[in-house]
Design a protein around this ligand. Sequence first.
Ligand SMILES: CC(C)(COP(=O)(O)OP(=O)(O)OC[C@H]1O[C@@H](n2cnc3c(N)ncnc32)[C@H](O)[C@@H]1OP(=O)(O)O)[C@@H](O)C(=O)NCCC(=O)NCCS
Length: 184
Amino acid sequence: MEASTFFEKTDRLILRKFSTSDIEYFHFYRSNPEVATFQSWEDYQYQEAQTFVNQQMNHQPNQPGTWFQFAVALAGTNQLIGDCALHTPALEPRIVEIGFTLSPDYQGKGYATEAVSALLRYVFHSLGKHKAIAFSDVRNSKSIAVLERVGMRREGHLLQNYMSKREWIDEYQYSILRSEFHRD
Ligand SMILES: CC(C)(COP(=O)(O)OP(=O)(O)OC[C@H]1O[C@@H](n2cnc3c(N)ncnc32)[C@H](O)[C@@H]1OP(=O)(O)O)[C@@H](O)C(=O)NCCC(=O)NCCS
């Protein structure tokens, strides 16, 4: 795979753009109720996956006021295993928000930690951002563990901050400054 076809590379993974060949597997894991437990969506439809991937294929990261979704794929085979999101707010684009999801087939192998570390490298070294933040449902222990493993700090407990599945959810806010981030 040529260097220009991915944004970041690790020992085992690449962060790249989505392609139409990812739609089926993207829908497969997004529609899994276990994956959706702490997310806003439920009963994710194939049509939604198609629209989402097509929209992301024509999109670039770091456009103020938008989310960009990176496909996380195995470096050896290019198989999609999950995704990482980057939100660049319109009002303060120097502070970005990140998110991440792995297919259950690929959880428990350290891939999320590896992908989020690569995303932070991209955020700070390629985009030169000032700060990255992430929100996690306080019950989502797997997500909290990833955020802490990549060196993010819990800097807030936000009460009833998010509406998910008709319920107000408490969230933790995690952050890392560029000055705190060290190259691997
Ligand atoms: C959040 C989520 C990505 C975490 O996935 P995960 O697989 O637990 O996280 P990692 O890929 O970093 O893997 C860590 C685990 O792999 C284990 N592991 C196995 N081999 C490893 C290796 N070579 N290197 C590092 N860790 C390894 C670790 O010990 C750890 O296990 P533990 O959870 O029993 O302590 C996943 O639960 C998910 O997609 N959830 C649904 C979506 C979601 O809620 N996203 C968060 C909202 S932003």
